[in-house]
Design a protein around this ligand. Sequence first.
Ligand SMILES: Cc1cc2nc3c(=O)[nH]c(=O)nc-3n(C[C@H](O)[C@H](O)[C@H](O)COP(=O)(O)OP(=O)(O)OC[C@H]3O[C@@H](n4cnc5c(N)ncnc54)[C@H](O)[C@@H]3O)c2cc1C
Length: 623
Amino acid sequence: MPEALATKPRESQVDVLVVGAGPTGLLLAFALVRAGVSVRVIDIKQKKIVNGHADGIHPRTLEVLQSYGLVDRVLKNSVHIYAFASWNPSPDGGIVRTALTPFIPSPTARYPFSVTFAQSGIEGCFRDGMKEDGVEVEQGVMPIALEISDDKEMLQSPTAYPVKITLQRLQPGEVADRAAAASQVNGDESEIVRAKYVVGADGAHSWVRQALGIEMIGEGTNSVWGVVDSVPETDFPDIRTFSSVNSPNGSFIIVPREGNLVRIYVQLTEVDVDQTGRLDRSKFTAEDIMKVAQKYFYPYKLAIPKVVDWWTVYIVGQRVASSYSVKNRVLIAGDACHTHSPKGGQGMNAGLNDAHNLAWKLVYVLRQWAPISFLDTYDAERRNFAKELIDFDKYCIKMFAAKVKTDGDDTEGVTQGELATAYTTHAGFTSGIGIQYHASTIINVSNPSLAANLVIVQRLPPAMILRMANFCPVELHDLLPSDTRFKVLILPGDISDPKQKAKLDAIAARLDQPQGFLKRFTPPNAPEDAVFDIITISRTEKTVASTQMIPPRLLSHWEKAYIDAESFCGRVGGKLYATYGVANDGAIIISRPDGYVGMVAALDDVDAVGEYFSGFLKAQPDA
Ligand SMILES: Cc1cc2nc3c(=O)[nH]c(=O)nc-3n(C[C@H](O)[C@H](O)[C@H](O)COP(=O)(O)OP(=O)(O)OC[C@H]3O[C@@H](n4cnc5c(N)ncnc54)[C@H](O)[C@@H]3O)c2cc1C
């Protein structure tokens, strides 16, 4: 036995250990690092990925990236997709374009289009962001053992490190062999990490999930697809338009990509899947896939590319994990907890939004602003979403595979009208804009009529407003960064009306009292705006509006007061109250740190806001 085996592994501590540096793990780590949390990220791969994998990013995810200050880089380097072409069998045995529709009609989206941007590009945004704060991914490191303490006191203590995870570092060029690694724990290459929390973002075959004994519930399908990224030579006219083609021979999908590339997804029909539902990938080549594509393209020509940027084959499984955490100390996210077809382009988007949902909740628990049980809301919100995603995926696959028939044809299939209706109905889901959570401790749906056009369980829609101090137009979303704070939006109506002004003054007075939510839930030594960022948006005319009208308690900075009025150039503004359905009586809207509407309260019921926060935040000791 080598001498090194006798050496004791080194030991260390960290608040959060993230296993897996795909898009999910990286967004989570980036957001936690930004919030000042001590984080480590490990990945079994020796090198980060460069080509291929996920590509499509949808409108809600763009908004989320904007909230982290990352969207400009994505928009600049991506292909923007506005249109979707449907092709179907033509009477002469070929294919014909039967519809050209807007892709993802999501009227309230800040970015009303999807983009294609390589997964490595997205990952690069997070990696670079973390690097600025001195955190880098530890490549070539894998976990080989995981234990969660049974000690109740330890599990309930916010400062304890109840998770013990053993890591093994691979030698340069070494290929991971988990079984061998587990039997060769040694001091040089192994490390025992004690963590407050571990998050498994280690993909569809998640080691963390398996170590926790969490089951994947659902089923596999026989749907096998090949994917090739190349610069195609073809006379197919929509090769640079996002297209779904249902040919008499089989289906394919065209996705225009950045850097002149085009991705072609090809449905493979004559494929053997073994009894465990796995594919033998060694039986395929990119050329095989392109040869199948050639048949489907008929009568158009498609050359076999000389250079292929990336290719793969995959079989669709539709499964959701039975739980997203064990004891709220080890959690899983992204593909580790849901798998489905890439057809709707949802996997990476779903994983990024899992991470976005989890990050601020972990921060609240780590800062001891919320109890550890607060993390239950992560499982509740995101697992429910994943179940809906699988239903959506099943539906998508059915629609992609269906024969398109004419009205009055009574054979099996769907008509163009049915396709269009289905497409519009699901646009909110595809774009992510319509994704909604359910009423819970962190979503109070009791006052829908106060903001009649808002869906309280969804994200807060964007709106242009004018900064009161200088009448500069500002997008409200720019005031809602993912900085872990709740945004308390006070909409007092027109405060040149003394009645409305009196209500605004009363809110300010209540916030100054020890029992007001501001004092109750803000830690005594923290800045006054550490937990809540208060923004007032009045409906007052430009000519009358002045920051002098805002009580000092609500004007911690001159950038905290706005008006809902048209800009001086007349192009934007003046529609927020109408868009949200808020009357001149006003309302208070709480936007959660992830941009979802948490509650709407009456202007004169600031105590209801306090009650909402007391449902999940810990009152601070001095309060
Ligand atoms: C062909 C194709 C096209 C797709 N297109 C899209 C699209 O357009 N839009 C979209 O939203 N989604 C798309 N998806 C889905 C998308 O790729 C995944 O949903 C997404 O990558 C999931 O991200 P993740 O971070 O959860 O997991 P992954 O991307 O799988 O990352 C997991 C990471 O964990 C690491 N890891 C694994 N095991 C261990 C271990 N034991 N220890 C340490 N590290 C480990 C891996 O090396 C990897 O870096 C596509 C998928 C495929 C196959």
